[in-house]
Ligand binder design. Structure first.
Ligand SMILES: NC(=O)c1ccc[n+]([C@@H]2O[C@H](COP(=O)([O-])OP(=O)(O)OC[C@H]3O[C@@H](n4cnc5c(N)ncnc54)[C@H](O)[C@@H]3O)[C@@H](O)[C@H]2O)c1
Length: 337
């Protein structure tokens, strides 16, 4: 992070559930550091006025030493101005029984408007983490509508799935989670995601020597893929606490770096230079990070099984992109009226 006395952190969906779980993590310095003061800029929609006011009151009541100011409202342009970091949680959430693809239309509109607002007022150095679903395509929509900010400044959250994969491997091998390293979460944050243990190690041993193929294929992969739905059905609400922790983990690695020899998973913009993934998608891949920059780990050998799984997720993202582009046209048509 650039050394600044105060940074501007904008949170969209600021009256929502994950934001609520994130505030105490953020405002106690667990992301930007124990001494980093913040101006909080909280964006939501007008129908959430009371919710936003309530959040602002509670934030005041916490008397956080690191919170320099709190501003809230509904105008993206006003709140994106001078922002250093944006945490994009705002959008329509998935409800029980709702498919992710159902969310495409409404969220595409939101992200197109916000991308244009970012493009108009945000600094080119702004860093953006997108969480709102369908997250890969929302992130792509922001990038496409905001040419003034470099594409590498945008990432999307697949760290929750990555963390879920680590946890399941650790439980199965009966080791602490800290002993599971270099898991990869490929692709879309959806049922087609591919948690990959092929390059992971467990207490320094190759993971492929530890787990039976049958368990990996029939238990591990589907369990990680369906974990969000499992939580949703039980809680009647999507993952909140674990998502807030994943946001912390993602940003901490992006800002402060990944340990030597280790990588993590992030959704990043594709330029066609890695793993035969075509350009102009946001795809989750292994990355190494340093100083709020990421570098894709490009030299891993991909098995035939992994290739098939990656391709399935890619095809889904191609479909999502096509659908999003249809909706783009509709938004354009309306705005021209
Ligand atoms: N990527 C991941 O791993 C992951 C994990 C969990 C949840 N999610 C997604 O994160 C998002 C937030 O989850 P949540 O549980 O906080 O949902 P939530 O429904 O509690 O909160 C979403 C908030 O966004 C607001 N909002 C809607 N449209 C907006 C707009 N145009 N501008 C600003 N704010 C707007 C809503 O009013 C609401 O307050 C959801 O899309 C959810 O599906 C992603």
């Amino acid at each position: 992070m650039e050394n600044k006395a105060v940074i501007n952190v904008c949170i969209t969906g600021a009256a929502g559930n994950i934001a609520y779980a994130l505030y105490s993590i953020l405002c106690t310095g667990q992301i930007f550091g124990a001494n980093q003061k913040m101006n909080l800029k909280l964006l939501d929609i007008e129908s959430q006025t009371k919710g936003l006011q309530g959040v602002a009151l509670e934030l005041e009541d916490c008397a956080y030493a690191l919170v320099n100011s709190i501003e809230y409202g509904f105008d993206p342009e006003a709140l994106f101005k001078d922002m250093d970091v944006g945490i994009f949680l705002g959008g329509q959430s998935r409800r029980p029984g709702m498919e992710r693809v159902d969310l495409l239309q409404v969220n595409n509109r939101i992200f197109k408007i916000q991308g244009k607002a970012l493009n108009k007022v945000a600094k080119p150095s702004t860093k953006i983490l997108v969480i709102a679903n369908p997250v890969n395509t929302n992130c792509l929509t922001l990038i496409q509508n905001c040419p003034n900010i470099p594409k590498e400044n945008f990432t999307c959250l697949t760290r929750l799935d990555h963390n879920r994969a680590i946890a399941q491997l650790a439980i199965k091998a009966k080791v602490p989670v800290t002993e599971v390293k270099n898991v990869i979460l490929w692709g879309n944050h959806s049922l087609t995601m591919y948690p990959d243990h092929n390059h992971a190690n467990i207490e320094g041993q190759p993971a492929v020597d530890i787990y039976e193929e049958e368990w990996i294929k029939n238990t591990f992969i589907p369990k990680v893929q369906k974990r969000g739905g499992e939580v949703l059905n039980l809680r009647q609400n999507s993952s909140v606490m674990s998502a807030a922790i994943a946001i912390r983990d993602h940003l901490v690695n992006w800002i402060y770096g990944t340990p030597e020899g280790q990588f993590v998973s992030m959704g990043v913009y594709t330029d066609g230079s890695f793993y035969d993934i075509p350009a102009d998608f946001v795809f989750s891949v292994p990355v190494k990070c340093k100083d709020f920059k990421y570098e894709v780990v490009k030299d891993l050998t991909i098995s035939q099984f992994s290739r098939q799984k990656i391709n399935i997720s890619l095809r889904e993202l191609q479909d999502e992109k096509e659908e999003a582009n249809c909706y783009d046209d509709e938004v354009e048509d309306e705005s021209e009226e």
